[in-house]
Design a protein around this ligand. Structure first.
Ligand code: SAM
Length: 443
């Protein structure tokens, strides 16, 4: 594969003497990695069940390189269970710079397919809120599916124009991530065909779009809050150029120092850049703090009240499934029961496609549970669980949509190695499969 001369000229601006190293590395296999999802597991628990040994990445404590013999990881039951997200290690660097604490309210403004949303949720550990927005509708549904797989409870997913969202939720977020659409130079080793789409003009157009998204994002951030800007490109105009232009127009924002010894320092705004020379496919990140006094005027969501009968129905539904009830607010909209985190802002006309979890479908005198309710549970919270090792034939059968053997009766969670995968309904020694058709394995 021949790299365009224009691209190499631009690369020299940021890599200098290391440009030749990059060109040599270009022909080598790309780095692959996973980020462990602490909503579901720990690295120790996960690695004890993997048939290969992941290696710690220097860019994020829960990110690991995959060895060559790690094959078909997207097909593994532990992947279906959301124990990890397939994420190249340098892509995991940006979230580690957000300095997330329990209870933080976080916006992931360009969120699909959901790698960084998953990392943020993992760090929040089921507290606070992760609001994940993806302007492209078709990609927002992939984001939703991944959020359910990762077992995110304290989340909102929307598909909204960033300017509309950030103006309405002005000053609401403690942390904001802008992982912006870019010219994708960090994807070139993995996807050679992306090179043909590259041009200097495209990179410059991306830079203008990135600046517009950052301008919107700045509104959503609380004073005293932290914002991270990241891309998966090396390009100076899209990285340093955008940071410089942003800081020139936003005197209330200050770039923060990053102490990432494994990354190379960017030329402007204390940013960092990771290239194959540093052990990642390609990422840029810069961190800003917003100074000044808070001025937010958030309207909060009015949780629709449920009537006495609905309350009884919900209580029976929860008690039938859980020994420990989820600490979320039940909300019935139409025939759907959601369990939502408390304290949400008004979500009207913001393209919200999910808030909290879709727990069940309400019929006349009962509620039928949904997959997401079990995906976000812990086995010890449930009344009935069939917990099987990853190599048990019943796990493979369950993932393919078949009935499997099961004792007891009633709605029963199915877990793989202690990590919730889905559920079914047990009766007469068999578990009727409720794993969603769209998620099932074909072979
Ligand atoms: N953060 C994601 C993750 O970790 O999985 C990857 C995000 S990707 C680099 C950038 C996203 O921005 C894409 O999903 C793309 O659809 C979205 N996007 C495209 N145009 C946009 C715009 N004008 N404003 C906001 N987001 C946009």
């Amino acid at each position: 594969m021949i790299l365009p001369n224009d691209f190499i000229d631009e690369l020299k601006i940021v890599l200098g003497d290391d440009t030749d190293k990059y060109i040599t590395l270009f022909e080598e296999a790309p780095f692959r990695g996973i980020s462990v999802n602490r909503l579901k597991t720990t690295p120790e628990q996960l690695f004890s069940m993997l048939p290969f040994e992941p290696e710690q990445s220097p860019f994020y404590s829960d990110s690991f390189y995959l060895p060559e013999n790690a094959e078909n990881i997207g097909q593994m039951p532990l992947h279906h269970a959301g124990a990890f997200y397939v994420q190249e290690p340098s892509a995991a660097s940006a979230v580690s710079l957000l300095d997330i604490h329990n209870g933080d309210i976080v916006l992931d403004l360009c969120a699909a397919p959901g790698g960084k949303t998953s990392q943020i949720a993992s760090m929040l550990g089921g507290s606070g809120l992760i609001w994940s927005n993806e302007v492209v509708k078709s990609r927002a549904s992939i984001l939703l599916s991944n959020s359910e797989r990762m077992g995110i409870t304290h989340g909102v997913i929307s598909s909204c124009d960033p300017e509309v969202l950030c103006s309405r939720l002005s000053g609401y977020f403690d942390k904001v991530l802008v992982d912006a659409p870019c010219s994708g130079e960090g994807m070139f080793r993995k996807n050679h065909s992306a090179i043909s789409e590259w041009s200097r003009e495209h990179a410059l157009a991306c830079a203008d779009r990135q600046l517009a998204i950052l301008d919107s994002a700045a509104k959503a951030l609380k004073c005293g809050g932290t914002m991270v800007y990241s891309t998966c490109t090396f390009n100076y105009d899209e990285n340093e150029g955008v940071v410089k232009r942003f800081l020139e127009c936003h005197g209330d924002f200050e770039p923060l120092e990053i102490s990432h010894t494994a990354a190379r320092k960017a030329f402007v705004g204390n940013g960092i850049r990771i290239t194959p020379v540093e052990g990642g496919e390609g990422h840029f990140a810069a961190v800003f703090r917003k100074n000044g006094d808070s001025d937010t005027n958030i309207k909060y969501y009015k949780y629709p009240l449920i009537n006495k009968e609905q309350k009884k129905l919900v209580q029976k539904f929860i008690e039938d499934i859980f020994v420990v009830s989820p600490e979320l607010v039940p909300v019935i909209i139409g025939d759907k029961l959601y369990l939502m985190p408390d304290g949400l802002p008004d979500m009207g006309r913001l393209g919200v496609i999910r808030s909290g979890i879709f727990a069940g479908t309400v019929t006349k005198n009962r509620i039928d549970p949904e997959h997401a309710l079990f995906s976000c549970a812990k086995p010890e919270q449930l009344c009935r669980v069939l917990d099987l090792p990853p190599d048990d034939q019943r796990i493979s059968d369950f993932l393919r949509g078949f009935e499997i053997d099961c004792d007891g009766s009633g709605y029963t969670g199915v877990a793989v190695g202690g990590i919730m995968l889905g559920f079914g309904k047990c009766s007469g020694g068999r578990l009727k499969n409720k794993y969603p058709k769209g998620l099932r394995k074909n072979s």
